[in-house]
Design a protein around this ligand. Structure first.
Ligand SMILES: CSCCC(=O)C(=O)COP(=O)(O)O
Ligand code: MG
Length: 214
């Protein structure tokens, strides 16, 4: 698909990276370590836990567990997951999955002069980790900026308007890539170009970054 974008904004899970890596490796890694991490890092997590409903630490851990059960994109959960994953990436237990076509496309688009940005429900710290320690190498030099749920939910049009403002381009000059139709609809409502990526090849506009010409 050929577009006329000046910047590309990409989702991670299901778009640059496999759903299986996030669901079957990253999420369980954080879940298994959540209580221990909170206990061992009380001072560092205190400001994050302040935003988690619950009267005390066990109640807050129960809220976090309930959020993980339903894959809630709650900012405090995302912050804690990112902090826990940092240990796994540092000791080599985790290696970020990025599709080869995604890495190749991002490199090609950057070389062609486009600025590249990430918008994921994963925290900005977690975004830098998955791309910084990826099986395709350190991809962080390719990116000019990162956005997460602190900018707003991914299914809300206002979030994309805020991102366009932060990038400093008209929304129409930004191409958003995602595997979620609701995110594509929100981005389009904000005036962005958007392409639905479906890695299964069953639906969507494309199944690989190789098909995209921003
Ligand atoms: C930064 S990798 C982990 C991604 C994550 O936590 C998540 O919830 C996936 O959300 P996305 O917006 O990338 O689909
Ligand atoms: Mg996604």
């Amino acid at each position: 698909m050929a577009m006329r974008a000046r910047a590309v904004l990409t989702d991670i899970e299901g778009t640059t990276s496999s759903i299986a890596f996030v669901a079957d490796t990253l999420f369980p890694y954080a879940r298994e370590r959540m209580a221990g991490y909170v206990a061992a890092n009380a001072a560092a997590v205190a400001p994050i836990l302040a935003d988690v409903p619950g009267e005390n630490i066990p109640a807050k851990l129960a809220t976090l567990a309930a959020w993980m059960d339903i894959d809630a994109k709650e900012t405090p959960l995302k912050a804690l997951q990112g902090m826990i994953w940092a240990d796994g990436y540092a000791d080599g237990a985790l290696k970020g999955h990025v599709y080869a076509d995604a890495a190749e496309g991002l490199r090609r688009w950057k070389a062609a002069g486009l600025n590249l940005y990430v918008y994921s429900s994963g925290s900005i710290a977690a975004q830098k980790l998955i791309f910084g320690h990826s099986i395709e190498g350190d991809l962080t030099p390719l990116f000019s900026g990162y956005f997460d749920t602190t900018t707003g939910p991914k299914r809300e049009t206002k979030s994309y308007a805020r991102i366009a403002d932060a990038i400093g381009l008209p929304a129409a000059d930004i191409l958003f890539l995602s595997d979620m139709p609701a995110e594509i609809a929100a981005a389009r409502a904000a005036g962005m170009a958007a392409i639905l990526v479906d890695r299964t090849g069953d639906a969507g506009d494309v199944s690989s970054f190789a098909e995209i010409e921003p």
